[in-house]
Design a protein around this ligand. Structure first.
Ligand SMILES: *[C@@H]1O[C@H](CO)[C@@H](O)[C@H](O)[C@H]1NC(C)=O
Ligand SMILES: *[C@@H]1O[C@H](CO)[C@@H](O)[C@H](O)[C@H]1NC(C)=O
Ligand SMILES: *[C@@H]1O[C@H](CO)[C@@H](O)[C@H](O)[C@H]1NC(C)=O
Ligand SMILES: *[C@@H]1O[C@H](CO)[C@@H](O)[C@H](O)[C@H]1NC(C)=O
Ligand SMILES: *[C@@H]1O[C@H](CO)[C@@H](O)[C@H](O)[C@H]1NC(C)=O
Ligand SMILES: *[C@@H]1O[C@H](CO)[C@@H](O)[C@H](O)[C@H]1NC(C)=O
Ligand SMILES: *[C@@H]1O[C@H](CO)[C@@H](O)[C@H](O)[C@H]1NC(C)=O
Ligand SMILES: *[C@@H]1O[C@H](CO)[C@@H](O)[C@H](O)[C@H]1NC(C)=O
Ligand SMILES: *[C@@H]1O[C@H](CO)[C@@H](O)[C@H](O)[C@H]1NC(C)=O
Length: 740
């Protein structure tokens, strides 16, 4: 009815100042000293001054209570005006705004406006701008001060959130007693806390500082703070949580004198008198809902600031409490006020103890690390010692065996050997020595790829050239097998066997160190178009002799009976005098003296050189080496590879071709065309015959190496290293069987 009356007055353009005016209409203004008063007179909307600034606010005006005049809502708390020349005006569009004489107007409802509207201060203390029907009744609420709480929660106000509008209702404290600007504390509603029961939360600068505990209808969990008895009789709580909004509010039977205020110094609940006070949580007092505060890292709990006046004698930033001379207290009040941080003594002590603990932990940690390092070092050393011992054992074994060989079998060895193995003959090389000698196994030092790994050329510091066979890790050779091979090769000392200088074992790496053969292997001569002419018959014959001697030694004169199993041109190395040296004992097998044949499941070797019984059934014996020797012989004579032999369009291997020529009586045609010394033709023919004898299909038909080679007794000895006339086979007595 008041609105209707006001509208009637407006329509008649007759502005009457009536007492207890509660509504303002479009076109109307309130001056600085005017007011809107709620119908019951408890709330007054007016301008007021605080600390020299002007604000528009709703005052709780009941002065006979302990509350006193109190602004329960401030329109421009963060936009204070420095003037009293200010009006509150509702313009023709229905926007209510604070219009100062200088500066821009502050609209309260900039967007939620309607031409037919009014602003009314209700008994609840809510200033509501509503749209009106033409007959003067409220059509809808456009804006209300309860949606913009400041530091006071009145009955019916909500704190929480409206999910539809995104609006957050919360109280925020004033900055200080006289400055209503937004301060550091906030009272918020967390509807999702405590399994949906929800709780009131006071935050300071965004950090949770106090919590109420679960809030339900008429009950707040934090009972030592808000006495349930008094609360339930004082307020009725309303906790609402639905899809649209989640909020807390309270109601009272009579709203007068009931308000909750969040001040800069804490929370107060009034109902006539002060009922509840939650002071600013001091220090580390975490009782009554106070959360454990997190002070800045430079401060400890319990530290407090003290106001002093005085002066620093030196720059403040080097001042310490221990030095009294630098700060002079001046109680006259003339000096500037200074806040001094008083460090909490107990905290200091506990800090010291905690930093002391910190040091303990550092010391313990360092000691642990040290111990671990020492232990690891000991273990590593032990492992290294074990390894060294193992290598030493191998070395001792090797040298012992070498000694035995030296003393017991010197006579058995082929002559011209120049002596056996002495203790110092087999060296255990340090890995670094090998590494440096081969220039860290440089690719340009790689001589070739053997069956068990690459071979590198190297030069020892003393100048000797070596060949290092680096047994590949994948060769599956363990240390035991490696030792066996080493022992085997170490025992084999013959001028036509490549000489082992020593070995090197480094972790997984196993290396054999041989003398270096500057002329590489036989295949690099006889199968090379450009180089095979370098080998005249005399030279080839000497090579054949040497190979035969070497094999004979393996089969007959070494204490162990050894089947090489991989005789081929590339395994015949040539020294600087073109003396052949059989190499690569990776596949060699030791035979007992009483065993003449063995069988293996794993046929290893090189096709073209493998005897039929070995290639097909895995049977091997001395005669399989003889077969390989025969192939080698024919290859040396012909300068052609058995494996890649082609004759026009006929698919026939070298052996078949040799056999064919032999049956046609023109075996001499097999010889390498570069061989032109005709006085040797009979010798060449003899070799072809022997070769063909050696490659006969049945092992039993093949001659033994002893039958092929018989050294002349008078030629033995160091002064006559060569053998001549060694091929004594009388071919007329033997029939050569057809080759496959
Ligand atoms: C509000 O204004 C009326 C006059 O319009 C005046 O009588 C009353 O005292 C004022 N109230 C306050 C609290 O200033
Ligand atoms: C309104 O409240 C403020 C602060 O609480 C007070 O200083 C002022 O006097 C009050 N004004 C009226 C008109 O009650
Ligand atoms: C406030 O309203 C009065 C009277 O309507 C007017 O004289 C005065 O100029 C207005 N002041 C401002 C700042 O608008
Ligand atoms: C506003 O009120 C006037 C008369 O009071 C009426 O004629 C007009 O239709 C109203 N406008 C709206 C949008 O309600
Ligand atoms: C005012 O008019 C609206 C329709 O515009 C109607 O719903 C309402 O009942 C009316 N109120 C009164 C008090 O006549
Ligand atoms: C509400 O409380 C829950 C549980 O304490 C917490 O995980 C969540 O972060 C809080 N929500 C807000 C907005 O503070
Ligand atoms: C709380 O509500 C109940 C029933 O709605 C009412 O009887 C009681 O008086 C209310 N208490 C307060 C403090 O408003
Ligand atoms: C801790 O705070 C509670 C409630 O504010 C108070 O009763 C108590 O005396 C305080 N304790 C200390 C040690 O300050
Ligand atoms: C510093 O002053 C305090 C009291 O003012 C005194 O107790 C303390 O012994 C002084 N310290 C030194 C180092 O002079």
């Amino acid at each position: 009815m008041i609105s209707l009356l006001a509208m009637l007055l407006l329509s008649s353009s007759f502005l009457v100042s009536i007492p207890a005016k509660s509504t303002i209409l479009p076109g109307q203004s309130l001056g600085f000293s005017d007011n809107l008063t709620s119908p019951d007179g408890n709330f007054v909307l007016s301008f007021f001054q605080s600390s020299g600034m002007s604000y528009l606010g709703v005052n709780f005006s009941v002065s006979q209570t302990s509350i006193g005049p109190k602004a329960v809502w401030v329109a421009n708390r963060d936009s204070p005006l420095s003037t009293v020349g200010v009006n509150l005006t509702m313009d023709a569009d229905g926007v209510l705004k604070i219009v100062p004489d200088a500066g821009s107007p502050i609209p309260l409802n900039p967007t939620q406006a309607s031409r037919n509207s009014s602003a009314t201060l209700f008994n609840s203390g809510n200033l509501v701008i509503s749209e009106l029907d033409p007959n003067g009744t409220e059509k809808q609420i456009l804006w209300q001060s309860f949606d913009y709480p400041t530091d006071t929660l009145l009955a019916g106000m909500k704190i929480g959130a409206n999910f539809k509008t995104g609006k957050n209702w919360l109280l925020s404290s004033d900055l200080s007693k006289d400055v209503p600007a937004t301060g550091g504390l906030s009272l918020e509603w967390n509807g999702t806390a405590l399994n949906g029961a929800g709780e009131l939360v006071i935050k300071r600068l965004g950090q949770v500082y106090w919590t109420s505990g679960a809030v339900t209808e008429n009950q707040i969990a934090n009972s030592d703070l808000l006495s349930i008895d008094s609360l339930t009789s004082l307020y009725n709580f309303s906790v609402v949580s639905n899809a649209d909004e989640s909020y807390f509010s309270y109601s009272v039977a009579s709203i007068s004198q009931t308000l909750w205020v969040l001040s800069y110094d804490g929370f107060r609940g009034y109902r006539g008198n002060l009922m509840v006070y939650i002071g600013v949580c001091e220090g580390d007092n975490i009782s009554a809902g106070c959360m454990d505060p997190q002070p800045p890292s430079c401060r400890s709990q319990g530290d407090s600031f003290e106001l002093r006046s005085g002066m620093f004698n030196r720059s403040p930033w080097i001042w310490t409490s221990a030095d009294n001379n630098t700060f002079t207290q001046d109680n006259s009040g003339k000096q500037e006020a200074i806040y001094i941080l008083k460090v909490h003594i107990l905290k200091m002590a506990s800090n010291r103890s905690s930093s002391y603990k910190w040091w303990i932990w550092i010391i313990v940690g360092a000691a642990t690390v040290f111990l671990v390092i020492v232990l690891l070092n000991i273990m590593w050393r032990k492992r290294l010692r074990d390894k060294e011992r193992e290598e030493e054992n191998i070395f001792l074994e090797l040298t012992n065996m070498a000694d035995a060989e030296d003393h017991g079998h010197d006579q058995e060895k082929g002559g011209g050997d120049g002596g056996g193995v002495g203790k110092g003959d087999l060296r255990i090389f340090a890995f670094v020595t090998i590494k440096e000698a081969t220039n860290d196994f440089a690719a340009y030092n790689k001589l070739g790829q053997g069956g068990f790994g690459p071979v590198y050329k190297g030069r020892l510091p003393e100048g000797q050239e070596i060949a290092v066979k680096r047994l590949s890790r994948s060769s599956g050779q363990g240390l035991v097998e490696f030792r066996n091979e080493l022992v085997l090769i170490a025992k084999l000392q013959h001028m036509n066997l490549v000489r082992l200088l020593g070995c090197c074992v480094k972790d997984e790496e196993k290396m054999l160190v041989y003398e270096y053969m500057p002329n590489k292997s036989l295949d690099s001569f006889i199968f090379d178009e450009g180089r095979r002419g370098l080998l005249n018959w005399k030279c080839r014959y000497s090579i054949i002799e040497g190979i035969a001697q070497g094999i004979l030694y393996l089969h007959k004169y070494s204490r162990l009976r050894i089947i090489h199993r991989d005789l081929k041109a590339s395994n015949i190395l040539l020294d600087e005098d073109m003396q052949p040296k059989i190499s690569d004992f990776g596949m060699a097998r030791i035979f007992g003296r009483d065993v003449s044949e063995a069988n293996t499941m794993r046929v290893v070797g090189t096709y073209g050189y493998m005897s039929p019984e070995y290639a097909m059934e895995g049977n091997f014996s001395e005669k399989s080496d003889v077969y390989s020797f025969g192939v080698l012989l024919l290859e040396i004579v012909s300068g052609r590879r058995n494996s890649s032999f082609a004759l026009g369009d006929r698919t026939m291997n070298l052996l078949g071709y040799a056999w064919e020529l032999w049956t046609q009586g023109r075996s001499i045609d097999l010889k390498d065309p570069t061989l032109t010394d005709f006085e040797s033709i009979s010798e060449i023919q003899r070799c072809i015959h022997v070769g063909l004898l050696c490659v006969q299909e049945h092992a039993a038909d093949r001659p033994s190496m002893l039958e092929i080679v018989v050294p002349r007794q008078q030629d033995r000895g160091p002064s006559h290293p060569k053998y001549s006339g060694i091929l004594k086979c009388d071919l007329s007595h033997t029939e050569i069987s057809k080759q496959i």
